[in-house]
Write a protein that binds this ligand. Structure first.
Ligand code: SAM
Length: 291
């Protein structure tokens, strides 16, 4: 896999590395099985040289695991949508309430690799109903999701992890608007993003250039995620990795308070869909009634 779809493999390295640790924050046996099959030399390296370089990804994974564990058992929420799922195996490794459907969307080349692998290696007993959807999230993914059984009339638990900075600002905003349009009342959204100062950090310059040359450019960011999401219809609670208690045990860069400018930041966000404004609802109802 080349370009941006190849980044899904890197996350598998991180999840396998975490699974090998005695003090692991989660266990992802399918990540190990995937590496065994696709990159056995990487697995050998991880076994021989445990490294803290994946700590931020481990903390991020655990953060979103906890979000899904909290959000999905709420009454009425039986649809979960993981956008840009990559080789995410939460459909298998988390406990889901009965009758939950987990939809996973990613580019066709990722789905084409993941599905045969899971057919061979995933445990036969499934904790949820899982539906994989090959689609480009900058194109017609919403129609494909609805065509696969997703019901926009029911509350949804959304997750967008490790994607938004690969999109342009306009694409990221369009995606959040589309998610909102598909979200019934009581839907919830978790996402990861970065701030624009990330692109000015001198120590990231070479890495960002290499990412661009490899066809996986980081290209967007938001300075104020609460304000950004509020304008798009979501009430957000935002953390940075070093704010989390689990980060204290790990090698996670400590960031100063948000009032300090010029600092590269990663946003870990959990948001709830804002109710439609009553005034607008009333106006719409009145218009409908007068027809
Ligand atoms: N969310 C997954 C995780 O945390 O394990 C994977 C994260 S990986 C860094 C980025 C993923 O975004 C890749 O699987 C890639 O294929 C997917 N992706 C990037 N651009 C996409 C697009 N336009 N449409 C669908 N998926 C996309």
């Amino acid at each position: 896999m080349l370009g941006v779809s190849g980044t899904a493999r890197w996350i598998t390295h991180a999840r396998a590395a975490e699974t090998l640790r005695a003090d692991r924050l989660f266990a992802d046996p399918l990540a190990i099985a995937l590496l065994e099959r696709m990159e056995p030399e990487v697995l050998t390296q991880l076994r021989e040289n445990p490294t803290p370089r994946f700590d931020v990804l481990a903390v991020r994974t655990r953060f979103f695991d906890e979000y899904l564990r909290r959000a999905s058992p709420q009454p009425g929420r039986r649809q979960v949508v993981i956008l840009a799922a990559g080789f995410d195996t939460r459909a298998f490794r988390l406990d889901w309430p009965p009758d939950t459907t987990v939809y996973e969307v990613d580019l066709p080349e990722v789905v084409a690799l993941k599905e045969p692998f899971l057919a061979e290696h995933a445990p036969p007993e499934r904790p949820c109903h899982r539906v994989a959807i090959p689609a480009d999230l900058t194109r017609d993914w919403a129609d494909r999701l609805c065509g696969a059984g997703f019901d926009p009339g029911r509350p949804t638990v959304w997750l967008v992890e490790g994607l938004l900075y690969y999109l342009t600002d306009a694409e990221a905003e369009t995606l959040i608007r589309q998610i909102h349009a598909l979200s019934a009342a009581d839907s919830t959204l978790a996402l990861e993003h970065v701030n624009p100062d990330t692109y000015r950090a001198p120590w990231l310059k070479d890495w960002l250039r290499e990412m661009g040359e490899g066809g996986r450019p980081w290209q967007s960011g938001v300075a104020d995620p609460e304000e950004w999401l509020c304008a798009l219809g979501w009430d957000a609670r935002v953390r940075e990795p070093s704010d989390l208690a689990i980060a204290r045990r790990r090698w996670v860069p400590r960031t100063p308070p948000r009032t300090v400018p010029g600092v590269m930041r990663t946003w870990l966000v959990v948001a709830g869909r804002r109710p439609a404004p009553a005034a607008r609802e009333t106006a719409t109802t009145t218009r409908k009634e007068s027809r």
